[in-house]
Design a protein around this ligand. Structure first.
Ligand code: NAP
Length: 314
């Protein structure tokens, strides 16, 4: 076992972040909220990129009550609506000239089939396409930082995911578990392909991925809430009791991806223990399919086509 594997990486490893600007999507709940809370003690300016403003204000208030010095700014974003993503990027770039860390964290899981106003399936729209466009629109600001990082949040569920290029919107068959898993392998294709593209141009920005194992948050019941399914909510609350870890542990892989000075672009951070669902963060490569460069390239091109947004990385 390597030395790196043995040591426990904790939030105490995060350096002081004074002068840094950080965006966290989905910062009003679960892992995004906990990342915001932990980082607020390290003195950066944090932009809480949230869809639900009331929840975001409550989340901000709850952090400020314990840490009055926290520098938190809320800018609204609905990642499943490309016009909202563009609006967010416009507001951010008008106000801030550089960005140090982008946490592509927001996500939806196990919802019934929905096609968004952009003509995209909901899981893929919120979890992948929205972050795809958001990251592209913020690349100039990321390049202004000395060592910027983009952290994409995937899941162990990526192992069941696959991009079905022949039926991207599930016109033939829809299954909510499949739709979520596919969006999570999509996060990895994006994170790795982006890193390759940044490397090719000698950019100082790196793209890394991480996953929180199984963490007790709103995620497990969010799909049931959207579908008003009490059975689904009861099932996941029951499973959470036995399988999950707390949110304080769940954020560590994402935080390590963002702040471990030894982390490299294209790596994937994961909890170490119990099927990689719990524990301290280590580097653990994602499955072989997710590292297929041909699929990643093809999926990137499709993402550009379907979102109507083309990257300019030079
Ligand atoms: N918890 C786990 O065990 C687990 C495991 C693997 C991966 N993950 C990943 O971790 C990330 C965070 O999930 P979580 O567990 O913290 O879940 P959560 O508590 O449900 O938080 C999800 C966040 O995403 C936001 N969101 C959802 N759809 C959005 C949209 N269209 N536009 C903007 N924001 C949107 C939600 O905002 P609203 O309040 O507006 O709904 C909420 O802030 C997700 O990417 C998830 O796939 C979690």
């Amino acid at each position: 076992m390597s030395k790196k594997k043995k040591e426990k990486w904790t939030k105490e490893n995060i350096p002081d972040l004074k002068g840094k600007t950080i965006i966290i999507t989905g910062a009003n709940s679960g892992l995004g909220l906990e990342i915001t809370r932990v980082l607020s003690y390290k003195n950066p300016t944090i932009i809480m990129a949230c869809r639900n403003l009331e929840k975001a204000e409550n989340a901000k208030k709850s952090i400020l009550e314990k840490n009055p010095k926290a520098q938190l700014d809320i800018i609204q974003i609905n990642l499943s609506k490309l016009s909202s993503v563009k609006n967010f990027a416009k507001k951010f770039t008008e106000k801030y000239s550089k960005l140090d860390i982008l946490f592509n964290n927001a996500g939806v899981m196990f919802a019934s089939k929905k096609i968004t106003e952009d003509g995209l399936e909901l899981h893929m729209a919120a979890n992948h396409y929205g972050h795809f466009v958001l990251t592209g629109l913020l690349l100039n600001q990321l390049s202004e930082s000395e060592n910027a990082r983009i952290v994409s949040i995937s899941s162990m569920g990526h192992r069941f995911g696959k991009i079905n290029f022949k039926d991207l919107n599930y016109d033939k068959r829809y299954n909510k578990t499949v739709a979520y898993s596919n969006s999570k392998i999509a996060n990895l294709y994006f994170a790795y392909e982006l890193n390759r593209k940044l490397k090719e141009t000698n950019s100082s920005v790196i793209s890394i991925a991480a996953h929180p194992g199984w963490t007790r948050t709103n995620l497990q019941t969010a799909g049931g809430q959207i579908d008003d399914s009490k059975g689904q909510i009861r099932f996941w609350n029951f499973m959470n009791k036995f399988m999950s870890q707390n949110v304080e542990m769940g954020v560590l892989p994402q935080l390590r991806a963002a702040f471990d000075p030894d982390a490299k672009g294209g790596e994937y951070f994961s909890p170490e223990k119990f099927l990689h669902l719990r524990g301290y963060p280590i580097i653990k490569p994602s499955n072989k399919r997710s590292r297929n460069t041909k699929i990643a390239k093809q999926f990137w091109e499709i993402s550009e086509k379907l979102t109507g947004y083309s990257y300019e990385i030079s």
